[in-house]
Design a protein around this ligand. Structure first.
Ligand code: GLN
Length: 187
């Protein structure tokens, strides 16, 4: 659990509910024992600055390039994208998923909303997806699986061991998406 900024407590609770043992990652040494990582929502520009000041950025880049399983939500999705539109020019994205995302792409007039979203491979009906100034996926490359869409747009994408959601799965009291991620880590 990257714990520099954002809604880490809710993610940690969902991970624990899904059977994992979350630890908070704040400095490079914290990352070494970690077998999978969640990049939470928050503010991608701030998280990017904190990744640099904490020294985590290069270590994280290396682990991600080596295939560390990762779930990025909202700001975390932005950090995983290959290209970011409407970001700060100096903000980091690790390019683990071949997709272009537009920061705050769902528009300010609908800053925040909930929607039922059906997820491929998830039993028990749609998840309640909470979108908060969410990134919008503008394009995905051929290697990217789209696991969920909302209004025709991809909102949950996977490439290899990396998964990214436009929304906040940790805010709906439903740990199924975290379980899906962890199942993929275990397999
Ligand atoms: N708009 C935020 C960003 O650019 C993301 C919002 C969120 O994580 N809830 O990072």
């Amino acid at each position: 659990m990257l714990a520099l900024q954002g809604d880490r407590r809710e993610h940690a609770a969902a991970l624990a509910a899904a059977g994992a043992h979350p630890v908070m990652v704040r400095v490079p040494a914290d990352l070494h024992p970690v077998e999978a990582l969640v990049l939470p929502g928050g503010e991608s520009t701030t998280i990017s600055l904190l990744l640099d000041s904490s020294g985590l950025a290069p270590v994280l880049a290396e682990r991600l390039a080596a295939g560390l399983p990762v779930l990025g939500t909202c700001a975390g999705m932005i950090l995983l994208a290959r290209d970011v539109v409407d970001g700060r020019p100096d903000q980091r994205s690790f390019g683990v998923i071949d997709m272009t995302v537009r920061r705050n792409g769902f528009g300010r007039q609908v800053d925040s909303f909930e929607a039922p979203v059906a997820v491929d491979g998830l039993d028990g009906g749609p998840v309640t997806a909470v979108f908060i100034r969410a990134p919008r996926v503008e394009a995905v490359g051929p290697g990217v699986e789209v696991l969920a869409r909302w209004e025709g747009r991809p909102v949950l994408c996977r490439q290899g061991a990396a998964m990214a959601a436009s929304f906040h799965p940790e805010l709906s009291g439903d740990a199924r998406l975290h379980r899906l991620f962890l199942d993929q880590v275990a397999s």
